[in-house]
Write a protein of this length. Structure first.
Length: 146
């Protein structure tokens, strides 16, 4: 990183002297060496822009993680999306639907009881040992919580 900063902030004459000396020592064509150095500088500049852009999102991400308002899988998805798209944390949370209000346990219990009351035949199947109907109950409860 120091070399990168030296190139970005260094005096052009010193850079040219350094390149000339390096070309002479290594036997590499000075033009090829300059091309390599320019690629390096462009990479440094791109990285600098990338880190500056990501910094704000990363700080927001760490705050959100500390709040414990999202589960680990959601955090992993958000972080990957932030790096890929450059979108803000809030944009991604909204797009993925992670900002939906949480349901408290008493409301969830009420909804679960409604599902059971509305499906007495399937409750009897479960009581009779047919455990595969649990998926049906989960699906019905998910519909009610949307």
């Amino acid at each position: 990183m120091k070399r990168c900063l030296d190139y970005l902030q260094g005096d052009e004459i010193e850079v040219l002297k350094t390149i000339s000396e390096e070309a002479r020592k290594t036997g590499v064509n000075a033009e090829e060496l300059i091309t390599k150095k320019l690629k390096f500088v462009k990479t440094c500049h791109s990285l600098s822009e990338f880190f500056e852009k990501v910094k704000t999102n990363f700080v927001a991400f760490l705050k959100k993680e500390k709040e414990k308002s999202l589960i680990d899988n959601q955090l992993k998805l958000i972080f990957g999306e932030m790096l890929e798209s450059g979108d803000s944390l809030e944009q991604i949370i909204k797009a993925k639907g992670f900002d939906a209000p949480a349901i408290d346990s008493s409301e969830l219990e009420t909804l679960a009881q409604q599902v059971l009351d509305e499906n007495p035949k399937i409750v009897e199947q479960f009581k009779g040992g047919k455990e595969s109907v649990i998926g049906f109950f989960v699906g019905q409860l998910m519909k009610k919580t949307q």
